[in-house]
Design a protein around this ligand. Structure first.
Ligand SMILES: [Fe+2]
Ligand SMILES: [Fe+2]
Length: 228
């Protein structure tokens, strides 16, 4: 693991972003750095850092496995796609619209006291919203129909491009987490402010689960089928 680039660590283990955020290690702009270099630059002792990273990842994988219905692992590619579209794409579109609406409300209501934070959060969320909505359509209209058919080299390239999108979404989420103090409204925030950040947190948690299902269940199953 220590000989890995930060970007490939995050790609293989999307939940590593949570750990790296806590340790203030930049996997976004510093994605090309080797993990061991970043550990040293941030002033951590390498073996202790790696031990706690592995423990965190095992725990996170278990947590997400526990929330993933075990029967999903036995589904066909087509049935997994049906499940992902019907649950995550649909729920996240609703959440995105709700957060967008509430964010516009608090931007106006709290502009005076929280101008800097709200302008930043509004811009970051607008970017994430656009990335996600375009990604869902690309999956539904372009890539998933190909995955329902027999595996082809072209479809595998498209899957890799989707994995890169997932990484980019992780970067946007990291910036949002920083700008919102991990989705904590300020002390003088009204109930709508609190609800907006809470909904944003729910959305982000659903995105992590969604990415887990695509990167760790759907795509490997599809690629497995291509080799056979
Ligand atoms: Fe998706
Ligand atoms: Fe996706």
């Amino acid at each position: 693991m220590k000989d890995q680039k930060l970007s490939s660590l995050v790609k293989a283990y999307p939940f590593a972003t949570i750990f790296l955020n806590e340790k203030h290690i930049d996997y976004c702009c510093g994605g090309d750095h080797m993990l061991y270099e970043s550990i040293a630059e941030a002033g951590y002792e390498r073996s202790a850092f790696l031990t706690s990273l592995v423990a965190f990842l095992v725990d996170a994988q278990d947590t997400y496995k526990a929330t993933v219905d075990p029967s999903l692992y036995g589904l066909s590619v087509a049935s997994l796609i049906d499940h992902i579209e019907a649950t995550h794409h649909s729920a996240e579109r609703t959440l995105i619209a709700e957060v967008d609406d509430k964010l516009n409300t608090i931007l106006w209501a709290h502009y005076k006291n929280h101008k800097e934070e709200l302008l930043t959060v509004h811009s970051l969320f607008s970017d994430l919203r656009k990335e996600l909505l375009q990604h869902f359509v690309q999956e539904e209209e372009e890539v998933f129909p190909l995955l329902r058919e027999e595996a082809t080299p072209q479809a595998i390239l498209m899957v890799e491009s989707l994995e890169n999108d997932h990484e980019a979404a992780g970067d946007s989420i990291k910036s949002l987490q920083e700008a919102t103090r991990s989705f904590q409204a300020p002390a003088d925030g009204c109930p709508t402010y609190v609800a907006t950040y809470a909904l944003m947190k729910t959305l982000v948690e659903d995105i992590f689960l969604h990415i887990y299902k695509e990167n760790s269940i759907l795509f490997p199953k599809y690629k497995e089928g291509a080799i056979l």
